[in-house]
Ligand binder design. Structure first.
Ligand SMILES: Nc1nc2c(ncn2[C@@H]2O[C@H](COP(=O)(O)OP(=O)(O)O)[C@@H](O)[C@H]2O)c(=O)[nH]1
Ligand SMILES: [Mg+2]
Length: 335
């Protein structure tokens, strides 16, 4: 039995966000720090942590965003400190899903970022978003991703049903978007949404160093629901201002709104897990640009990707079997 709060428990009450006065910023901070999943309409449904999972290309400001979020939630008297190393060369085949607790309930999660969004490394991101990879575990990808995933499964790791994941896509305004990237990003964002049930929050970094309006419109055109532009606190420039603080508190607040919305209805975790596993194995098997997978999945096995995930309806356990099926021809948005 998963712990759950009674339905008539205290509900979240939203802070007033109309003015950006200091007291409103403080209220927002207080709301975030005291946020508890127990106060969701259906109780916590067995979840006890929210992971803000950062994703995006290399060098766009993910680690700096973590430093900024940590900074705005700490005591005002404390100096800015670098907790997540920014600009570091985390390359090669080592991946680590490094986590930084922000509050008792909320943890922000870094990763090294991808150089493209449709290759091997993206499988790693999808595995993170689907909660297939534990936090803070250094993993060497020697024989390839598929082998690693099998090893994770063999280690009898229980599916992680305790963490609720909010995807956050970080993009720097300084960069020019190539036409090919637009398709790649839209596809990626849609897959993130389907893996987590939440459309990624878009964070535009370096907001004063490029064409913010153009990028804002571009992401809006991709279906983004929340686009937040920020100037990160960095080792070079960490002058506190009220507006700058507000940007990061507002981002976390928006993430909590998404959690509230998702938690309004009962979540069938085992079914979601099986669906995500099918998608992930398909992606890893083909290792080609992946089409957004459908949310309208029924209980019949999905044979589209070469792997089939079977769910035992009695125990809820899943098993994965490999099949030599071809992808059926479908009209994907970008083919
Ligand atoms: N001016 C400015 N510099 C930033 C901002 N975000 C990141 N940086 C700098 O950009 C570089 C890359 O940032 P980093 O956080 O390491 O990117 P990551 O690879 O996505 O984690 C570092 O030198 C940061 O100091 C921002 O919003 N404004
Ligand atoms: Mg980084």
């Amino acid at each position: 039995m998963e712990p759950s709060q009674p339905k008539d428990s205290v509900k979240h009450s939203s802070p007033v966000l109309k003015k950006k006065s200091m007291s409103e910023t403080d209220k927002l901070k207080e709301y975030i720090i005291s946020y508890s999943l127990n106060n969701c309409p259906e109780g916590n449904q067995g979840y006890n942590r929210i992971l803000l999972q950062l994703c995006g290309y290399l060098g766009h400001g993910k680690s700096s965003l973590i430093n900024s979020c940590v900074h705005v939630l700490q005591d005002r008297k404390q100096q800015f400190t670098v907790v997540a190393q920014s600009g570091e060369a985390q390359g090669g085949l080592t991946m680590e899903r490094k986590s930084y607790p922000l509050t008792p309930t909320i943890t922000i999660v870094d990763n090294r970022g991808c150089s493209t969004l449709n290759g091997f490394e993206t499988g790693e991101l999808y595995a993170q978003l689907g909660n297939f990879i534990p936090l803070d575990l250094k993993v060497e990808w020697t024989q390839g991703f598929e082998e690693m995933l099998t090893r994770l499964e063999d280690s009898e790791l229980e599916p992680n049903f305790r963490d609720i994941i909010v995807p956050i896509f970080v993009y720097s305004v300084k960069r020019d978007v190539a036409p090919s990237e637009v398709q790649e990003m839209k596809n990626f964002l849609t897959n993130c949404r389907n893996l987590t049930g939440i459309f990624p929050l878009i964070v535009l970094t370096h907001k004063t160093s490029g064409n913010l309006t153009k990028l804002h419109d571009l992401f809006e055109g991709m279906g983004a629901e929340e686009i937040i532009s920020v100037e990160n606190y960095t080792a070079e420039d960490h002058t506190d201002t009220r507006g700058r603080h507000f940007q990061f508190l507002n981002l976390i607040y928006k993430a909590l709104e998404d959690v509230d919305f998702k938690m309004q209805k009962p979540i069938n975790k085992r079914k979601e897990w099986a669906k995500h596993k099918t998608f992930l194995f398909s992606f890893l098997h083909t290792n080609t640009p992946s089409p957004p997978f459908s949310e309208d999945c029924d209980d019949t096995p999905n044979i589209q990707g070469g792997y089939t995930v079977y769910e035992d309806s009695f125990s809820g356990h899943t098993s994965t079997h490999y099949h030599h099926y071809e992808y059926p021809q479908r009209n994907y948005p970008f083919q």
